[in-house]
Design a binder for this molecule. Structure first.
Ligand SMILES: Cc1cc2nc3c(=O)[nH]c(=O)nc-3n(C[C@H](O)[C@H](O)[C@H](O)COP(=O)(O)OP(=O)(O)OC[C@H]3O[C@@H](n4cnc5c(N)ncnc54)[C@H](O)[C@@H]3O)c2cc1C
Length: 433
């Protein structure tokens, strides 16, 4: 199989990248499940935007503070400065953000933001954005999206990425040869017992990167979300931070408020876990009744509905919440144009790491970061585009036959590498002390 650019993953980063790649080239997007099953569809809270110049410094500092000042400052600057351009694109694709009666954007707030700068669409902002990107991609003759097709490996030749090994929906293993490959495979939640992510997101790009000696960065930086609904569901349901931004409170087992709900995620998670240990409980309580009922129903219909399905009327009673794995700050190391350490290979979205989030992501920066750097990857590919000779390759595909063994091996490889990175960092910190 031959194409010009192969994009692996159909979340917001993969689709937005595809939309900015050369229109004269054939772009193939493959995706492991159906298009709707990406974390991009799950994003609730919203997407940050630089409202005006007066908020630049505070937005920049909030991002750095949340990231424990380990962020790459240039990445942060690029992200913030590009935010209005991205939002203009989205509005152009028909994305609806909440507006006031004069048509001006309405902004909300989440933890660790010192002002309201988050655009939202009810509590289904990710679905609104990604479904419009998908709709736009479907109108483009040069973009083909193939569902239920997984990347099993990349194909390396003379230090360059020249394509990928894929497993089709019919269970066939095939090689795809292309000029450029973009990895957009999202996070790593599928490696954890409790996660807000879809469980088919298992960090496959990382496993492949490890196999090919491609550089990684900060892979021990994994964000735990402080508040997910405590249930027996397969995937932990997120109770968005903007609920706390709008005034929801957290209580211990006696109904006493024990923490500032708007602390950065990692610190708040620590406080909740501490409280659970003290109280010997499996969760704490979140009170949404502090938000006006009409506002709750208008802004958070999806959350209210889901709680109801799980037996809680959040407009009348507290709901049990517990921290769960949520986001991956680390990933495949990329430059400011999302290029990896391998020629002709790019990585965008949650699977990539350009250092923008540092040690901890500021809420609602990830959709933005995914889009900003996906567009930069596409623009860079447009600029440098050079075709490859796509000779037939003689590849032994037998190593890919046993899919479940391969998947287990990939998961193990990634988890071991994360553990190794944790140990290394702890040793470095001890060394400094
Ligand atoms: C519940 C929840 C709420 C969130 N809320 C917000 C929010 O309010 N604001 C915000 O900014 N961020 C939020 N985030 C984070 C944000 O949604 C993600 O970081 C972002 O959507 C990642 O986009 P992506 O394109 O990198 O990955 P995804 O959208 O996860 O897409 C990954 C794609 O890769 C495909 N894939 C994976 N492996 C393979 C493979 N081997 N072969 C082929 N395809 C593969 C998947 O099928 C999928 O299509 C939230 C995340 C979750 C889970």
């Amino acid at each position: 199989m031959k194409t010009d650019v192969l994009v692996v993953g159909s979340g917001c980063s993969g689709l937005y990248c595809a939309l900015h790649l050369p229109k004269a080239k054939k772009i193939t997007v493959i995706t492991k499940s159906d298009v709707e099953s990406s974390d991009s569809f799950l994003a609730q809270g919203g997407i940050c935007m630089l409202k005006d110049e007066s908020d630049y410094e505070t937005y920049f500092n909030d991002t750095l503070k949340a990231g424990h000042f380990e962020n790459d400052k240039k990445s942060v600057e690029i992200m913030i400065r590009s935010s209005q351009d991205v939002i203009n694109d989205l509005v152009g694709y028909g994305v609806r953000f909440e507006r006031d009666e004069n048509g001006n954007f309405l902004f909300t707030r989440e933890g660790a933001h010192s002002s309201k700068r988050i655009l939202f669409h009810k509590d289904i902002t990710g679905k609104e954005i990604t479904s419009k990107l998908f709709a736009e991609a479907k109108t483009r003759d040069n973009i083909e999206i193939i569902e239920y097709t997984s990347m099993l490996d990349i194909i390396e030749k003379d230090g360059k990425c020249v394509g990928a090994v894929i497993r089709t929906s019919e269970g066939e293993t095939k090689c795809v040869l292309c000029d450029y490959t973009v990895l957009a495979t999202g996070g790593i939640g599928g490696l954890f017992r409790h996660s807000t992510n879809f469980n088919h997101l298992t960090g496959d790009s990382l496993a492949v990167a490890i196999k090919h000696g491609i550089e990684l960065r900060d892979i021990d930086y994994i964000q735990i979300h402080p508040t997910t609904l405590f249930t027996k569901e397969d995937r932990s349901f997120l109770i968005s931070e903007s609920v706390r931004g709008e005034g929801a409170k957290l209580y211990d087992k006696t109904g006493r408020r024990f923490v500032n709900e708007l602390l950065p995620r990692d610190i708040l998670t620590g406080k909740i876990l501490e409280q659970m240990k003290k109280d010997r409980t499996e969760h704490v309580w979140e009170d949404l009744r502090t938000i006006k009922r009409e506002e709750l129903l208008r802004h958070f219909p999806n959350i209210i509905e889901h709680c109801k399905e799980q037996g809680y009327d959040a407009t009348e009673e507290c709901i049990p919440v517990v921290p769960a794995q949520h986001y991956f700050m680390g990933g495949i190391k990329v430059d400011y144009n999302s290029k990896t350490s391998m020629n002709r290979l790019y990585a965008v979205g949650e699977t990539a790491c350009n250092g923008v989030h540092g040690k901890n992501r500021l809420a609602s920066n990830s959709l933005l970061e995914s889009l900003v750097f996906a567009k930069r990857a596409a623009k860079e590919i447009c600029k440098i585009y050079e075709e490859l000779e796509k000779d037939e390759l003689e590849l032994d595909l037998s190593a890919y036959e046993n899919l479940s063994a391969l998947e287990e091996d990939y998961k193990k490889t990634v988890l071991e590498k994360i553990e190794e990175a944790k140990q290394k960092r702890q040793n470095e910190i001890k060394g400094e002390e």
